[in-house]
Design a protein around this ligand. Structure first.
Ligand SMILES: Nc1ncnc2c1ncn2[C@@H]1O[C@H](COP(=O)(O)OP(=O)(O)OP(=O)(O)O)[C@@H](O)[C@H]1O
Length: 267
């Protein structure tokens, strides 16, 4: 039986690190997709980059407490995660947009976001206003009472973002949130991210280096299940040179980093 929680229980608590991982290992099927990852992130918007198969989705799923770590240490919002620990208090303070999310097609956007708020054990009386605010923030006000099955791909993505932020999460995990968004929506989304990052820890997985540069204060690069680089978007840009692949300094910096990684792995 679920219990609604009071405002005092969900009030923001300050933790030095929203995410603290040491030698973290996480399996995807039989494969150790995260294999010895160290990471410490606090408030701000952190862009998660890495080539296909680097372990980004697996990492995000572990941080969302969907996958249990296979080894190492993971602390989220000051609570150790792993084994049989009680994850309810962490989950109430989490927002998570999976790469592919499920929904009841006959639910309206308002019902879908409200249902997710209820699953996060928000106080019943707070849900309608929180849903309205989340739907407004993602620009879906006019579609709030439309059924999910009638939404376009970009609108669905925005409904997914609305459910992730409905509880004002202290830790927000977004897996490829800009897929399907048109250019104008991407610009609005970057602004929303910057706003969310002022008082929460936001981790955004993406292949779009431009989004990272525009919206993130910090860049985390993973490869083969490990953290291989962390720094500001400017520092990422400084990694590259003229001949590197990419349309912008940050893209060239990212290509240079990956090229160096491949060379080191081949040695
Ligand atoms: N269920 C599974 N069973 C076996 N291997 C898996 C499974 N899921 C993922 N993997 C493997 O784990 C590795 C990491 O996958 P993951 O999806 O976390 O990477 P990613 O960085 O998110 O990739 P992409 O950018 O392509 O989405 C890949 O080599 C992938 O093939």
């Amino acid at each position: 039986m679920m219990r609604a929680v009071s405002a005092a229980e969900t009030a923001a608590t300050v933790h030095p690190w929203a995410i603290h991982a040491e030698a973290l290992r996480v399996r995807a099927g039989r494969h150790l997709a995260v294999n010895g990852l160290d990471l410490a992130l606090s408030t701000g918007v952190h862009g998660l980059l890495g080539p296909n198969g680097a372990g980004k989705t697996t990492l995000i799923r572990a941080l969302a407490t969907v996958l249990a770590p296979a080894g190492g240490q993971l602390t989220l919002l000051g609570r150790s995660v792993g084994g049989r620990s009680d994850l309810r208090s962490v989950r109430r303070a989490l927002g998570y947009l999976p790469q592919h999310f499920g929904f009841y097609p006959r639910f309206t956007v308002r019902e879908f976001v409200g249902y997710m708020a209820w699953l996060k054990e928000m106080h019943k009386a707070d849900i309608p206003a929180a849903v309205q605010r989340a739907v407004d923030r993602v620009g879906l006000t006019a579609k709030a009472d439309a059924r999910m099955k009638t939404l376009s791909g970009g609108m669905l993505r925005r409904a997914g973002i609305a459910q992730a932020i409905v509880n004002d999460p202290q830790l927000l995990l977004l897996d490829e949130p800009t897929v399907g968004l048109d250019p104008e929506q991407r610009l609005d989304f970057r602004e929303l991210l910057r706003d969310l990052g002022t008082d929460s820890c936001v981790l955004v997985s993406t292949h779009l280096v431009e989004d990272v540069v525009a919206a993130c204060t910090d860049v985390v690069v993973v490869n083969e299940g490990r953290l291989v680089w962390q720094g500001t978007p400017d520092a990422l840009a400084a990694q590259g040179a003229k001949g590197d692949a990419g349309d912008s300094p940050a893209e060239r910096g990212y290509s240079a980093l990956l090229r160096r990684q491949r060379m080191e792995a081949a040695r």
